[in-house]
Design a protein around this ligand. Sequence first.
Ligand SMILES: [Zn+2]
Length: 491
Amino acid sequence: MIAIIILVVLVVAIILAAVVVMLRTAQFPLPIDEVESGEVEMVDAAAVAQRLAAAVRIPTVSHEKLELVDPEPFDLLLALLKTQYPHVFSSLLVETVNTHSLLMFWKGSESELDPVLYTSHLDVVPADPATLERWTVPPFSGEIQDGFVWGRGTQDIKSQVIAILEAVNDLLNSGFTPRRGIFLAFGADEEVGGQRGAKAIAKLLQDRGVHLAALLDEGGSMLEGVIPGVELPVALLGNAEKGYLSLKLWVEANPGHSSTPPEESAIGILARAIDRLEQNRLPVHLEVLVEMYRALGPTVDFSMQMALANLWLFSGIVKRKLLANPETAASIRTTTAPTLFNSGIKDNILPARAEAVVNFRLFPGDTIADVCEVVRRIINDPRVAFEPLESAAWEAAPVTEVDETSYQTLATTVRQVFPDVVPAPYMMLGATDSRHYAGICDNLLRFSPCLGDKDDLTRVHGIDERISVESLGQMVVFFRKLIRAWDDAGL
Ligand SMILES: [Zn+2]
């Protein structure tokens, strides 16, 4: 009899759980709004491609050490842009900051409105000499072939500089006058941290009392097949960005002859500390990823929706699955990456010091102080000292909520220009120039309206970087629309 009761209770419990799971799953996806695409806008993409190609041919490679930067290409690029967009350069206020970063201002008709800022960067990373033979065309040849502009900077991110300038040029020609002021800021050193570019520009604006209503920087693009469980292309709208912390760790010990070693060496003590950090990762936060999947709504495959809608039951499985892939693992926690380890000078000498660097990418909400405290607890060894490396520590940027008008307007513009693409909030795993503006702007967004696939991701900073001419043309249309939409919006 008791067995039957237990069985009945069990069956009822299972049925109830199944009902809760199905109800929660049904409520999980947010609806994807239909939007009017408006009239089709024409753009001479071939001509834009020629102008981008000319910019790609100028190797504006930045370098950590200022004295190693060749200033000539930067001079040439600024001169080229001025020749390509004379109307923009004569209509906007133009200034250079620290010689090669560009700040432009298009005055609005209503001076009481906070301005917006569109930013991108003029510099590129070098092409690794060891890989030159594997490029289809030389990295700085700026060739147009098979419907693509090829070369360093096509994806990261002269395309965005050109698309913004094209859009402003077209709007000027159409007689458009913005209500709110529009800043364009193109830094010359984003790839090496943006200290002389974006940071200096942000400081300048702050000193002038400027507060920005919203900012758009380079960011997520529109990718097919990179979000697990989603087949359609997704527009990754970067509303969050991780922080950064490089911790230097060191252990000091008595130097001596290796024939009479102590129980524990400096190397051994430090190696164990690093091992403990790798074995005890920082806590997982699923909320950012859940928000992205909710926005992707019905395009997410059913099992994924069910699992994410019912974390009370499936959080273990979800975490295991996400942690198995380095990309998704990085989206749900502060990552721990030992990147340097130095010690010793000779094979028979006990080193007096061992040093290492561990690089953390901070999940929004995990502060530098929090991570230092966790590191101290995990290592739990007073012989291991540590401190942040100079200029290699900053907090995660403030998150721009998806119900902000700036975000909503951006998402609507994406749907208008790319009706087959679903926009979703996204956390940038790397750093962009946008972080430097956090002090003067509450709505930081990062997006590059460029279509691509998994393969294209490997080309950024890699081999055969390229952008399709068609995609470049759409970028121009996108910026024309966004500039008008943010101007109209009640930001
Ligand atoms: Zn970039």
